[in-house]
Structures are given as structure tokens and as C-alpha cells.
Design a protein around this ligand. Structure first.
Ligand code: NAD
Ligand code: IPM
Ligand code: MN
Length: 351
């Protein structure tokens, strides 16, 4: 591919800028080695700007992103100086919802058997993807207070499940399974308690599954899945879940592959400007110390390149990351002694 792609880079808060710098360094390296032509434009959206100017997601940002960019590479949002988390919600959830990025694709893949906290597991035992619904569910912001601040206070927090929203994420999970020769899709829900939303997910899951001959449609309650993911992760190929369950399960998935420092994600609407970000947050205790693991962001850049059609460059990143890990050239969270910048360099050198 020789056509230049336009990337909006939003490093964000905390360790975001430190890890995104390394991911950008990898993209620059790929220009030399693989002819990946990217036009990067940086945006300073995050806590600093919010505190100085009162601006979180600037006006017109969503239409600008969708018109002028092919993809977005973001770091993390969240800062102890903004206890309400308002700016993070505006920026991150604003982009997910506003750009209708309904698929949050989160791979869980063990790159080296040493990294998992589970005993006696090999790489092949932990290799699945999670399709997290990304635009509705408990993240719809619906609810409210009655008698706030009194002993009789009531807080409601609603969950939104639309037929269309549920169907498109389940369909995406099965489509992925078919394209990648995966044989089983497992849906996690809590339909034994959540009678309405759960019922809708159950019905739609069966309906969609019927269109995919040869792919097993499997169901687990999400609490049981949390247990089985630890006891027997090898049973999973593709998981589909609502927004909140997908959020929780993918931090657990990150732990299985070695920690949050490694986990990558894509917020995707096929064919549209999509957003790629590591699964981890701004990790305030690590910020400014040059110790954060950049691998999650670097593998996120690989996902972005694959989305943009640069398959070979994407694979080159994954091979380089696996090589650096095999040679123990890693940050402290993985038992190594490298700084963020050194760990990024160790990967760039291998490309
Ligand atoms: P977090 O993911 O920031 O960090 C939790 C812990 O995981 C860290 O203390 C650290 O031990 C480890 N960790 C995370 N990233 C790492 C990395 N790259 N290298 C090494 N270790 C790493 O979660 P949190 O502490 O619950 O949240 C901190 C802030 O980030 C909050 O404001 C939260 O809302 C926000 N957050 C943002 C995003 C996002 O922007 N996508 C995601 C999660 C959390
Ligand atoms: C994630 C994060 C976000 C989420 C927060 C920061 C809003 O935890 O990307 O997983 O809950 O989706
Ligand atoms: Mn999360």
C-alpha cells in the first residue's frame, strides 16, 4: 500500500503521552522499513486543556475527525485533578458514541508462556478476542438522583439495549469468527437476573447464530465466565458481551496475557474513521517516571495498521514485540529493567 493515511494522535493524560510517543516511533520506523506513509496530526485534548480552558472534546471535533482522518490513535484519559472524570467521558465516550464505534475489539493473546499468572499454560491456551458492545448498555448515561444528599437518596442507573445495537455487535463477532476460522462464539450475559436486556441478547444471539452454520454458539453467565477464564481460558475463541461486562472481562483478559501494559484495542465501525487505544488507563502512579510499558500502545498501533490495510507492517510489529519479550527486553511490569523509551527502542530495532 502506498497511499498515505491520515492519523489523529491524541496522547491524553498520565502515561498516555509516554506510551504513545513509543508507538509513534514505531510507526515512523515502519515508514523506512515498510513504506508505511502516515500523516500524523497531534491533538492536546486531555486534563491539562480541560483545566486551563474548560474544553474537553472541542466543538466540531467529531465531524473533523470523521472527515479529515482515517484513524485515531489515543493514549489514555483520566487525571486525579479531575475527580468527576468529566473530560475523559466527554473525549473518550464522546468519540466512541459520537463516531458510532460500536465494536470494541480487544484481543487476548499470550505472547510468551512466562507472562501469564496462570500455572502450566502455553501460548496456544490463551488466544481469543472479545467483542465488547461500545455505544450503549450501562454507558448510555441515563439515570438520575432523587432526594440527593439526604438519607432517603435514590440513584438510578439505567442500561440501554437496542435491538439494532445488540444485533450488530453479535453479528460482528460471528463475522469475525467466520473470517478467522474460529469455531465458537461465546456470549456472556446475566440473563438469569437481567430479565429484559438479557432476554433481548439471548433471542438475538440465537437468531444471528442460526445464520452461521458450522460456528458453535455458546453461552455463559458472566460470573461463571470470569471463573472459567481463569480455570480454562483455552475454551474461548470469540467472546461477545455488553459494554460493562466487556469492560470488566477485558481487564481480566489483560491479566491473563501478562497485564494491562500489554493489552491493545480498537474501537471500530467498519469502513469509518475508527479509534485505537491501549486497554489501560492513565496509571497516575506511573506517570512521568518513564516506567510504563509501551507494548499495549505499540500493539494498538499494529491493530490500527491492520485496519488501514498495512497487513505486513502490522505483522512486523507483532513479531518484533514477541522477539523483545522472548529476549526479556521489557519494562518492570514484565520482569525486565528497561524504561519506557528503551522498551520502545528494543522493539523498533527489531523491525
Ligand atoms: P489503569 O489502567 O490506569 O492502571 C491500573 C494499574 O495497571 C496501574 O496502576 C499499573 O499498575 C497497571 N498499568 C496500567 N497500564 C500500565 C502500563 N502501560 N505499564 C505498566 N503497568 C500498567 O487503571 P486505573 O488506575 O483504574 O485508572 C486510572 C485512570 O485512568 C482513571 O482516571 C481511569 O478512569 C482512567 N482510565 C482510562 C482509560 C482510557 O482512557 N481508555 C482506561 C482505563 C482507565
Ligand atoms: C476502558 C476504560 C473506560 C471504559 C473508562 C475510562 C471510561 O475503562 O476503556 O476500558 O470503561 O470503557
Ligand atoms: Mn476498562
Amino acid at each position: 500500500m502506498s497511499q498515505s493515511k491520515r492519523i489523529a494522535v491524541i496522547p491524553g493524560d498520565g502515561i498516555g503521552p509516554e506510551v504513545i510517543r513509543e508507538a509513534v516511533g514505531v510507526l515512523e520506523r515502519l515508514r523506512e522499513t515498510h513504506g508505511v506513509e502516515l500523516e500524523l496530526t497531534h491533538f492536546d485534548w486531555g486534563a491539562d486543556k480541560f483545566l486551563k480552558e474548560g474544553v474537553s472534546l472541542p466543538e466540531g471535533a467529531l465531524s473533523m475527525l470523521s472527515k479529515e482522518f482515517d484513524a485515531i490513535l489515543a493514549g489514555a484519559f483520566g487525571d486525579p485533578r479531575v475527580p468527576s472524570n468529566q473530560h475523559a467521558e466527554d473525549i473518550l465516550l464522546g468519540m466512541r458514541r459520537g463516531l458510532d464505534l460500536y465494536i470494541n475489539l480487544r484481543p487476548v493473546r499470550l505472547l510468551d508462556a512466562r507472562l501469564t499468572p496462570l500455572r502450566d499454560r502455553e501460548r496456544a491456551d490463551i488466544d481469543f478476542v472479545v467483542f465488547r458492545e461500545n455505544t450503549e448498555g450501562a454507558y448510555c448515561g441515563a439515570g438520575g438522583f432523587l432526594k440527593k444528599g439526604t438519607v432517603d437518596e435514590i440513584a438510578t442507573q439505567e442500561e440501554l439495549n437496542t435491538r439494532r445495537g445488540v444485533e450488530r455487535i453479535i453479528q460482528a463477532a460471528f463475522d469475525y469468527a467466520r473470517r478467522h476460522n474460529r469455531r465458537r462464539v461465546t456470549m456472556a450475559d446475566k440473563s438469569n437476573v437481567q430479565r429484559f436486556g438479557g432476554d433481548l441478547w439471548q433471542r438475538v444471539f440465537k437468531e444471528v447464530a442460526a445464520r452461521f452454520e458450522g460456528i458453535e454458539a455458546n453461552h455463559q453467565y458472566v460470573d461463571a465466565m470470569a471463573m472459567f477464564m481463569v480455570q480454562d481460558p483455552s475454551q474461548y475463541e470469540v467472546i461477545v458481551a455488553n459494554n460493562l461486562f466487556g469492560d470488566i472481562l477485558t481487564d481480566l483478559g489483560a491479566a491473563l496475557q501478562g497485564g494491562l501494559g500489554l493489552a491493545a484495542s480498537g474501537n471500530i465501525h467498519p469502513g469509518r474513521t475508527s479509534l485505537f487505544e491501549p486497554v489501560h488507563g492513565s496509571a497516575p502512579p506511573l506517570a512521568g517516571k518513564n516506567v510504563a510499558n509501551p507494548v499495549g500502545s505499540i500493539l494498538t498501533a499494529a491493530m490500527m495498521l491492520e485496519y488501514l490495510g498495512f497487513d505486513q507492517a502490522s505483522e512486523a510489529i507483532e513479531t518484533a514485540v514477541a522477539g523483545a519479550i522472548a529476549d526479556k527486553e521489557t519494562t518492570r511490569d514484565l520482569g525486565g529493567s528497561l524504561s519506557t523509551t528503551e522498551a520502545g527502542e528494543a522493539i523498533r530495532r527489531r523491525i
